[in-house]
Design a protein around this ligand. Structure first.
Ligand code: FES
Length: 141
């Protein structure tokens, strides 16, 4: 033995040293959620009074990761506000434009469509209804 690590041992050690860095990089992109809950609702959630969403406008329910808009004909539409790029919770609504805090993607809150990359996929549509004057979004239980 020379006391000097072989090339393969050095390679293993170098790889081990880099592994935590790569892990952090993944966590920053896939787990980042802007501080809110990390997923869209998988069961119905009560969001608020029906009157909170004005005709032609939208309301972002950050704590539920849902955006609800109301068309001119009064129809409500809901989308998950989890960004389709890398899973961040969108925390900003400018008029009817959602802006992701992680990499700047923008979405139309009325249609879910991407307005600005890097996201390429639209937001996930959610069922929405009014029950007892309250907006309820998410799949039926
Ligand atoms: Fe990258 Fe939203 S997670 S733009």
């Amino acid at each position: 033995m020379t006391g000097r690590p072989s090339a393969s041992r050095r390679t293993v050690l170098r790889g081990a040293a880099l592994t935590p860095v790569a892990g952090l990089g993944l966590a920053a992109c896939s787990g980042g959620n802007g501080g809110g809950a990390s997923a869209a609702p998988t069961a119905p959630v009560v969001l608020g009074a029906e009157s909170e969403v004005a005709r032609g406008g939208a309301e972002l329910y950050r704590d539920r990761n849902v955006v609800v808009s109301r068309a001119d004909d009064d129809a409500l539409t809901a989308f998950s506000s989890i960004c389709t790029h890398a899973g961040c919770a969108i925390d900003r609504l400018d008029g009817t434009t959602l802006v992701c805090p992680c990499h700047g993607s923008e979405f139309d809150a009325r249609t879910g469509k991407v307005l600005r990359a890097p996201a390429t996929e639209p937001l996930e549509a959610l069922p929405v209804r009014v029950k007892d004057g309250r907006i309820v979004a998410g799949p039926e239980a």
